[in-house]
Design a binder for this molecule. Sequence first.
Ligand code: CTP
Ligand code: MG
Length: 254
Amino acid sequence: MSSMSPTPAEPSPSRTAAVIPAAGRGVRLGPGTPKALRALGGTPMLIHAVRAMAASRAVTLVVLVAPPDGAAEVKNLIDGHALPERTDYVVVPGGATRQESVKLGLDALPDDVSVVLVHDAARPLVPVDTVDAVIEAVRDGAPAVVPALPLADTVKEVEPAEPGVPETVLSTPVRARLRAVQTPQGFDRGTLVRAHESVAVDGEGATDDAGMVERLGAPVVVVPGHEEAFKVTRPLDLVLAEAVLARRRANDGF
Ligand code: CTP
Ligand code: MG
């Protein structure tokens, strides 16, 4: 019906999408439900993570990578929670490693996506300002962007040993030069896809997408991370996450 109207000479729009790997079991959190499906403040962790990405007006598509046998359950969760309507949501089943799960998410992206965020479902509380800062740095021309914070602890490299055998310290990197990296990490889509095509899954696979881009030789830049973008990994992290949510509720005037 629109064939009679003049076609505007616009370049095809380039979208920003967020891929959320949520397929891990959460072994370090202890036995039970897969980590991303556990509740924080009564809401599943992955729903918090989806909301954190969709909170950015730039993000128009969220690809959620579900536990391999949990895609139907995750689809139901997406349908059952209030989410911004300007954003599209897609659910795909994940793989055995985080690297494979991210790859499966990338495979589901439509052609018009040019900027990709990769965000751990296990970082449910990242503030939208951090998300926007990452996107802006990619749009400004960086092929890969990581949010990161200075370390509180001094870090030592050790020679790993059998349980019960003391490990020997090999070196102590200068702390001021180290950063703890978070997600969302942001990428020019072509760069990230090339990285995933060229780096084989080895053992547990890559735990960090920017590290794969580094291996291509492409530059990776850092923007300030945020304390609330911490990863829920061990049981004490659940206590911290609940405390952050309680503080937000109090500040919102409840
Ligand atoms: N992840 C994934 N697919 C996997 C493994 C991990 O999508 N096969 C996701 C997790 O769901 C999480 C993110 O990658 O959102 C970061 O991984 P991590 O914090 O290590 O989570 P888990 O692997 O679930 O935890 P653990 O390593 O303790 O088992
Ligand atoms: Mg893991």
